[in-house]
Design a protein around this ligand. Structure first.
Ligand code: GAR
Length: 200
């Protein structure tokens, strides 16, 4: 069974959706470790409640690569094969990315390449797009930029505020992440330039 490593910084609802998919048999994998850069992350507590190994490695005042070396060491010790960033609010160093080539996924609350970075839902509202959504993509050392695995579109309603839009997107995030992990674990794709193309 494939061993997943989850990295998170906050609430952890995407982590929980992945854990639920595993429990429900929708995903043939196990969560080997959950790592947070923030001691206050709710997701850590949730992971412990589920009986999972949950580790905090505080990133405060640490240089990027030195920090990433600590995280990679934990992931290696836990024998992680696929790293899933689930609301992990840090850029990864080239060192980290090269340690797990095409084995790091991220979820972002917009249809990339629109609205990368912080507050993607507010950016969509401000721009006035009629649709936004979420993206699961491979991670490289650029921000929200690697090849795209799965996207789900979500309408922006006239009545939306940041909260209501974020909630509608989040529902789709929870579905999209499981689909993307399943695709990667199946191996049924190739990467053609920037395109992830299904092979069966
Ligand atoms: C999610 O909306 C995720 O897409 C976003 O943070 C939230 C984490 O929620 N990630 C980013 O913006 C990354 N650039 P969660 O902790 O409940 O999974």
């Amino acid at each position: 069974m494939s061993r997943l490593g989850i990295l998170l910084s906050g609430r952890g609802s995407n982590f929980e959706a992945i854990a639920d998919s595993i429990e429900a048999g929708r995903l043939d994998a196990e969560i080997a470790i959950v790592i947070s850069n923030s001691p206050r992350a709710k997701g850590l507590e949730r992971a412990r409640q589920r009986g999972l190994r949950a580790v905090c490695i505080p990133s405060k005042a640490m240089e990027r690569e030195a920090y990433d070396r600590l995280v990679v060491a934990e992931l290696r010790e836990a024998e992680v094969e696929l790293v899933c960033l689930a609301g992990f609010m840090r850029l990864l160093s080239a060192y980290f990315v090269e340690e797990f080539p095409q084995r790091i996924l991220n979820i972002h609350p917009s249809l990339l390449p629109s609205f990368p970075g912080l507050e993607a839902q507010a950016q969509a509202l401000e721009h006035g797009t009629k649709y936004t959504g979420c993206t699961v993509h491979f991670v490289d050392e650029r921000l929200d930029a690697g090849p795209i695995l799965i996207q789900k579109a979500v309408p922006v309603l006239d009545s939306d505020n940041e909260e209501s839009l974020a909630a509608r997107i989040l529902e789709q995030e929870h579905v999209a992440y499981t689909e993307a992990i399943r695709l990667v674990l199946s191996g049924a794709y190739r990467i053609d330039g920037r395109r992830v193309v299904r092979t069966r």
